[in-house]
Design a protein around this ligand. Structure first.
Ligand code: ADP
Ligand code: ZN
Ligand code: ZN
Length: 841
């Protein structure tokens, strides 16, 4: 009898041992897969049954625990490759997180047990596997062999009983899918049924003699059966679905009904296939999330010298195999994408697969077009902007080896690619690579770990690498590659600093000083595009009571509310709490509330007043909520249909807008006041990145930066594009007091609804840590306890303890200590969270 090592999806650090009883076959469908490793099982745990992930077989029992039987094998095939298991173990260990929950976080949500077309299994799904998404297969039917059926025969077929009976169900099968919407913390919110007609409709390229006839046909059928009018619009779709629900008043569930249909239709297709009347095709269609074809990018005729030099190091490393980490420091517009593409081609030539990680979904979409242009069908996208079903599909394609290239946001680091040959991390400095809730990992760091474990090449790249990564390169931990010049001899933009301390001469106070104003006007008149950065969304930064001076605060957080004029709201940027803009002062009841400070909305309004004819658009998390609208804005910008784009750091990141010749920063110093040892680094990165949006096309770029601190090194060095000086300065400053890279950090966050409990727990944790390190000889420092910079969010008080240590072992020992003694250390119902290598202080 076989014993299995299983990680259960529950808060348990260790893996558990279970037995595979004889009555359960490891190979129920006889598909030749023997190993259980990488598959999910259902196991008893306490009084429940939970999902478990098989990590090893034939293990030897240890200890005197009673070994229980697994209840069921859920998958016919592994859902993750063996090669990821070492990574899961590493993460669990390093981030002090239960291994089963690491795996659960890594797998795409809504994965159905077993693969396609296993109805009874979907139905028997239980416990945490309920509400599954059916894989969203796009079926296409083609009459057998083009032209082999005459028009008359076709007509006859369409009129035949089997066709009539089947097509209708097939339609439902093809266009209906169950999907779940999952909230960010993985809680299943609700199940919704989507109806996607457009994927199903016979397209002109499909070999159907008369598509309109078929459409009319099934439409009539559905109309007749459901008594509903069917149109191609979403509204009608919902109407149709509602119809199904209404039918369920008598107690039959629409879900069950769908599953029956599914089964019936699947059988019908088989019949038709057997009769060789139809063939079934599954074909991937490449579309952008806007539903359009992706833009095509031809390969350049020749590489730049610097690209050649970089690739002369990367390509042999890929060919030889073995762990080789590179840091590519390439200025904005130096052609880093082409380096990724060429390196990818080298890996593919070796039969290897490639993983590309980006900090932001919009950048994944931009890169996707380049990769699909070069490599076509082998590319898949993995990120949270996809629906659960889409993600499942992409995951399956990567798992099966059909897709050799995965592009995705940080979670794509778990992409189930076998035979990896290369991992690329674009914009490796970006905070977007860090996950900041639940499992707090950094996708860039995991890329290096995965590469090391699998003995492959990892390429970290940025125009402004993080100080820590650059330090690693200087120490020889990474191989440094440099591209100092833009492609095509384009120059880096000329940067002018505008000192905000100098009094404005006269007239109405404007957010734009005359120099920037004039440049904007001239650029607009010349028909060129501009980008304006202001790193705060909303209209104002604060709303103050004019009578008593009290700022309007969130009900549930210690945060002032921001005015959003477009929605007439005062909004909390931490929890989303909002009140109407016309509210009363909490402390004196006055209604005289005035906005102070400024954000993207106010900048947008002022620009529009200044240049009424200009097409001004805004890009921030408010406008990016609607992903389609967001991508549409980027597209309009690339197409030259926007004159001025205003936005937060979102506009700064990696976008390629060839028409932009002017960049303005409204207020560069905001980030310098933040209590974070990387404030200067981040400010430099932001300015350099936004500066890099200018002059990428045929005309050179210019940049104006408004600042109250022109002499601050982060700003003066950004003016001269002096990245290496910035690093030198930072490394100097971080020696004393010590900060990374010279020490390691862990933040312990304590939160709960009772302020007293939180404070008490934080104090106890800090005291316990201090006591534990008393005897330690190497450097370790315990800071706090202190309230977090934002000390109340969503009704929860937040405190933190920060630990700095020269050795990672000490940090780990303290983390384990706190977790093991959590019961005694924590009073009341407080939550303790560990954040290793914290990104946001
Ligand atoms: P980066 O990511 O380094 O900021 P990109 O990869 O976006 O820069 O490249 C900038 C522009 O230069 C793009 O339009 C790209 O197509 C073009 N480019 C890159 N390499 C070459 C080359 N060897 N020859 C001509 N154009 C190139
Ligand atoms: Zn007041
Ligand atoms: Zn709030």
């Amino acid at each position: 009898m076989m014993l299995l090592e299983i990680a259960v999806a529950a808060p348990i650090d260790q893996t558990l041992t279970y037995r595979l009883p004889v009555k359960i076959s490891a190979n129920p469908d006889g598909d030749g897969t023997i190993s259980l490793i990488g598959r999910r099982v259902l196991v008893p745990l306490g009084g429940r049954k939970v999902t478990g992930y098989v990590l090893a077989e034939d293990v030897v029992a240890s200890g005197e625990f009673k070994i229980r039987d697994i209840a069921e094998v859920l998958d016919v095939k592994p859902v993750f490759p063996c090669s990821l298991i070492a990574l899961f173990r590493w993460i669990s260990n390093y981030y002090h997180y239960p291994i089963g929950e690491v795996i659960r976080a890594a797998l795409p949500a809504g994965m159905s047990p077993r693969s396609v077309r296993c109805l009874e299994l979907v139905d028997s799904a239980r416990e945490d596997e309920r509400f599954l998404s059916l894989p969203d297969e796009k079926w296409r039917i083609t009459l057998q062999e083009k032209g082999s059926l005459s028009a008359a025969a076709t007509k006859e077929l369409l009129a035949s009983k089997v066709w009539k009976k089947t097509i209708q169900q097939f339609i439902k099968l093809g266009v209906l899918r169950l999907c779940e919407s999952v909230t960010s913390d993985g809680v299943k919110e609700k199940m919704e049924v989507c109806y996607r007609l457009q994927h199903w409709l016979p397209q002109p390229s499909v070999d159907l003699p008369d598509e309109s006839e078929i459409f009319q046909h099934y439409r009539r059928q559905l109309d007749a059966e459901l008594g509903l009018e069917l149109k191609l619009s979403e509204a009608k779709t919902l109407y149709y679905m509602k119809g199904l629900e209404e039918k369920s008043v008598d107690g039959t569930s629409p879900r069950k009904e769908l599953l029956e249909l599914y089964a019936g239709a699947a059988k019908g297709i088989c019949d038709l296939k057997e009769k060789r009347l139809v063939t079934e095709q599954k074909k991937r269609v490449f579309r952008s999330p806007l539903g359009e074809r992706l833009e095509f990018f031809p390969a350049p005729t020749e590489l730049t010298d610097e690209q050649n030099v970089a690739l002369a190091e990367i390509v042999p490393a890929i060919e030889q195999g073995g762990y080789t980490p590179f840091l590519l420091h390439g200025v904005t517009g130096s052609g880093k994408t082409e380096v990724y593409l060429q390196a990818t081609a080298a890996a593919l030539r070796q039969g290897k697969s490639v993983l590309v990680i980006v900090p932001e979904i919009a950048l994944a979409t931009q890169l996707e077009a380049h990769f699909v242009s070069r490599f076509g069908e082998q590319v898949v996208l993995l990120h949270s902007g996809l629906s659960a079903s889409e993600r499942f599909d992409q995951w399956s394609l990567a798992m099966s080896g059909e897709a050799k290239i995965v592009i995705g946001a940080r979670s794509a680091i778990f992409a189930p690619l076998n035979d990896l040959g290369l991992i690329v991390v674009d914009e490796e400095h970006d905070a977007g690579l860090k996950q900041d809730d639940s499992l707090r990992y950094n996708g860039r760091d995991l890329a290096v770990v995965r590469a090391k474990q699998q003995g492959i090449v990892v390429l970290l790249a940025s125009a402004t690498p993080s100080v820590v990564s650059y330090h690693n390169a200087l120490c020889g931990k990474y191989r440094l590659l440099t591209m100092d010049n833009r492609v095509g001899n384009r120059s880096l933009p000329k940067v002018t600093l505008i000192d905000l301390r100098k009094q404005q001469s006269s007239g109405k106070r404007s957010l734009f000083r005359p120099q920037l104003r004039k440049a904007l006007e001239e650029n607009f008149i010349a028909g060129r595009q501009s980008v304006i950065l202001i790193n705060r969304r909303g209209f104002s930064s604060n709303v103050l009571c004019q009578e008593c001076g009290t700022p309007v605060q969130c009900r549930d957080c210690h945060v002032t509310l921001t005015l959003h004029r477009s929605t007439q709201q005062l909004l909390c940027h931490y929890c989303g709490y909002s009140v109407h803009e016309k509210t009363v002062c909490e402390s004196c009841g006055s209604m005289q509330l005035v906005p102070v400070g400024f954000g993207t909305e106010r900048v947008e309004t002022e620009l529009q007043e200044m240049l009424p004819l200009a097409r001004v658009a805004r890009l921030d998390t408010d406008t990016a909520k609607d992903r389609k609208a967001f991508l549409q804005t980027l597209k309009l910008m690339r197409g030259g249909e926007i004159d001025i784009l205003v936005g937060t750091q979102m506009v700064a990141k990696g976008h390629h807008f060839p028409g932009v010749t002017l960049v303005g920063v409204v207020w560069a110093d905001g980030g310098l006041a933040i209590p974070d040892y990387r404030a200067a680094e981040k400010t430099f990165q932001l300015i350099t990145q936004v500066t890099g949006r200018a002059g990428r096309g045929d005309s050179p770029g210019e940049v104006y930066i408004q600042t109250m601190r022109p002499e601050h090194y982060a700003i003066s060095l950004a003016r001269t594009h002096s990245y290496r000086h910035l690093v030198e300065k930072e490394l100097e400053l971080r020696k004393n007091p010590a900060f990374p890279p010279f020490v390691r950090l862990v933040a312990i966050h304590i939160q709960g609804e009772s302020e007293q409990d939180v404070e008490r727990s934080a104090s106890r944790i800090a005291a316990a840590c201090r006591a534990a390190v008393k005897e330690k000889k190497s450097f370790v420092e315990i800071l706090g306890p202190a309230p977090s910079p934002i000390d109340r969010v969503k009704k929860n008080y937040r405190w933190q303890v920060m630990i700095k240590a020269a050795s990672i072992e000490i940090l780990d020992a303290l983390c384990s200590y706190v977790r093991q003694n959590q019961q005694e250390l924590v009073s009341g119902r407080c939550k303790v969270m560990l954040d290793k290598d914290p990104e946001n202080m």
